[in-house]
Design a protein around this ligand. Structure first.
Ligand code: GLA
Length: 661
């Protein structure tokens, strides 16, 4: 008996010792964070003033509750490893601040980092997770944002799990917000570890800018979140980053659109402006009750885009009461007439359906077919439409039959009308072809064994179904070349008529992410590798297509890569020993196609380009502290700089040779 209850207790503690409690974020978290407006220049005065304003300006009343101090509050650790706050900025200490915030009826959040140091160079939590979690609990922290700087050689999932468990073990409910910028597809593994995860690099105070380090305005961030809807839901939210509403570069119209689209995405609403000095227009945007209600709807479904005609986008989000929120977003510079039909939303045509304008909080004329409106440049109209549920009119795979090579991945899309219909999709033989969700009506096929099987999709009410036959053939990469998917998970490689088509989706080759598609062969002693790079499809400034020498497939192995990037020219990048930090040297931009040659001469690497593959122009050289264990690898590598977007690159005239001395 004693034994049994002990076992039971053990089981309970094991279950409860892991993971974030779902009650922490049944709807997307709402609050404020210091980073976007104050950067590292944060202090307790500002935080207290913001907390007061959250209450006095009515933000608390509409649901904003967390006050989060981002990077810049911490300065050192004491002899026991306990984190110390910067006493010039936080003279009263962090516990005092937490108490102050709690006394205003709000919750308190703090920032740390999985690495040895934060992005701002302050002490990180690496190796101190338990001490930090205990300190946070003692201070009364309710929310922890954990960043990903200075983490070379570390694995995202492992590190976030360590912090998640440490928080849980304190017994104090603390929401964990993962901030690894989407580099390792946290939407595929983050549920339970954290309540939300960043999906992209940092948001910038602009409409649609893209910085060459990867930061971007809200429009490109929105684009990167289009396909992530299947991964979000209560207690596990995609986080497209904190709001820029009220910061200087966005017009009121752009702020309104940014806010509405974050609500359509069921995104955490973490204000990033100075709440204490904001004007009434910004306050009205941040507190718009019927727009916030879309975000906070209890179904917790992330909205999806149903149409995009050159920047005129129609988005929908299903709500608990059976209605659908529709955002008509005009990203162009001229005003536009836009519309949406009942049928697109899965409602019956010719049935009187209600329409409510959610910004202006008034009912509009009913419709029986199409809702039409004018939308100002960069603006959005948001309505809630309720009609009578219709039937699904079409369900089809984009291809009826597919041939794939063993070891490859491929995405396949389904056309469903209306596109928001829930489906079940299965493979008739998961041992031959495994299937997983990869976006809205998009599935990832992984070819495991040679053979044939069928994928079948049906509507959940069983009224319509469609199928696609798949044949898995042996790999067609010619020997001695081999194809490897280095932690990329969507990579594939096909060889046809002298052309290698290599598709990668990985976040990067640089730093700890180390995810890419790699076609390689064994190499010994000194070699050169040259090829013509014909094209690459991804336009991310740091998408990479190039030639690589690498010690092995092991994560964070030593390598040297010469690549073309869409926004940063030709770049030579390397890691000298396993696990250590990467470095780079950039050269001028080259138009594709271009021939590149990377030559290894001991530990000196020499870089050439050519327009015809005959006359080579020397770009430069570098001598490194690097000697590969032989045999090492020589090959072609591709990544998209965004773990869920593809980069399809083509190479030909591939040669591995002995360098002329
Ligand atoms: C990273 C994060 C930001 C912010 C800064 C702080 O860039 O993504 O949101 O926390 O670090 O240094």
């Amino acid at each position: 008996m004693i034994k049994k209850s002990f076992l039971f207790l053990l089981l309970i503690t094991q279950i409860t010792a892991y993971g974030q409690s779902p009650e922490l974020a049944p709807t997307p978290p709402m609050g404020w964070n210091s980073w976007n407006a104050f950067d590292l220049n944060i202090n307790s005065k500002i935080v207290m003033l913001v907390a007061d304003s959250m209450v006095s300006k009515g933000l608390a009343a509409v649901g904003y509750q967390y006050i989060v101090i981002d990077d810049g509050w911490q300065i050192d650790r004491d002899k026991n490893g306990k984190i110390i706050a910067d006493s010039t900025r936080f003279p009263e200490g962090i516990k005092y601040l937490a108490d102050y915030i709690h006394s205003r009826g709000l919750k308190f959040g703090i920032y740390t980092c999985c690495g040895t140091k934060t992005c701002g160079g302050r002490p990180g939590s690496y190796g101190y997770e338990t001490i930090d979690a205990n300190t946070y609990a003692e201070w009364g922290v309710d929310y922890v944002k954990e960043d990903w700087c200075n983490t070379d050689g570390l694995d995202t999932r492992t590190q976030y799990r360590i912090m998640s468990d440490a928080l849980r073990a304190t017994g104090r409910p603390m929401l964990l917000s993962l901030c690894e910028w989407g580099i390792s597809s946290p939407w595929e593994w983050g549920k339970g570890i954290g309540a939300m995860w960043r999906t992209t690099n940092d948001i910038q105070d602009c409409f649609d800018c893209v910085r060459n380090w990867g930061g971007m305005g809200w429009v490109p961030i929105l684009e990167k979140n289009v396909d992530l809807a299947p991964y979000a839901g209560p207690s596990h939210w995609n986080d497209p980053d904190m709001l820029e509403v009220g910061n200087k570069a966005l017009t009121p119209t752009e702020c309104r659109s940014h806010f509405a689209m974050w609500c359509m995405l069921a995104a955490p609403l973490i204000a990033g402006n100075n709440i204490s000095t904001m004007n009434d227009t910004i306050k009205e945007i941040l507190t718009a009750p019927e727009i916030i209600a879309i975000d906070q709807d209890s179904l917790g479904i992330q909205g999806t885009r149903i149409r995009n005609n050159s920047g005129l986008q129609v988005w929908q989000k299903s709500l608990k009461d059976g209605s659908i929120a529709v955002a008509l977003l005009n990203l162009t510079n001229i005003s536009a007439s836009m519309d949406v039909t009942l049928e697109e939303l899965g409602f019956k045509k010719d049935v009187t359906s209600s329409v409510r304008d959610l910004w202006n909080r008034k009912d509009l004329e009913t419709i029986t077919d199409t809702f039409k409106t004018k939308v100002e440049p960069h603006g959005v109209v948001v309505v809630k439409i309720k009609g009578k549920k219709g039937t699904v009119s079409a369900l089809k795979f984009e291809k009826a039959s597919i041939k794939m090579n063993k070891g490859n991945h491929q995405l396949i899309q389904l056309t469903v009308i209306p596109s928001i219909t829930p489906l079940t999709v299965i493979s008739s033989n998961e041992a031959i072809l495994s299937l997983s969700i990869a976006g809205v009506n998009t599935y990832k096929l992984t070819a495991l064994k040679e053979g044939k099987c069928i994928i079948k999709a049906s509507t959940t009410d069983g009224k319509l179904s469609s199928s696609c036959s798949v044949q898995i053939l042996s790999s067609n990469i010619p020997s001695p070349w081999e194809f490897d998917d280095i932690k990329d998970n969507k990579a594939s490689a096909v060889y046809e008529d002298g052309v290698f088509s290599i598709e990668g989706a990985g976040a990067d080759i640089w730093s700890s992410s180390d995810q890419f598609a790699f076609v390689h062969r064994k190499a010994e002693r000194d070699n050169y590798i040259s090829a013509r790079i014909i094209s690459q499809t991804n336009t991310d400034p740091w998408a990479k297509t190039g030639l690589m020498f690498r010690e092995s497939n092991a994560p964070n192995s030593a390598f040297v890569m010469l690549c073309v990037t869409p926004g940063n020219g030709v770049s030579l990048q390397w890691r000298e020993t396993i696990g250590c930090a990467c470095s780079k040297k950039d050269f001028s931009t080259e138009l594709l196609p271009v021939y590149l040659k990377l030559s290894k001469n001991g530990s000196t690497f020499i870089v050439y380009k050519s327009i015809n593959g005959k006359q080579w122009v020397l770009l430069g050289d570098i001598t490194l502290n690097l000697s590969f264990i032989e045999p090492y690898q020589a090959g072609m590598a591709v990544c998209s700089h965004s773990s869920h977007m593809l980069n399809l690159s083509k190479f030909d005239h591939l040669i591995v040779g002995t360098p002329e001395k």
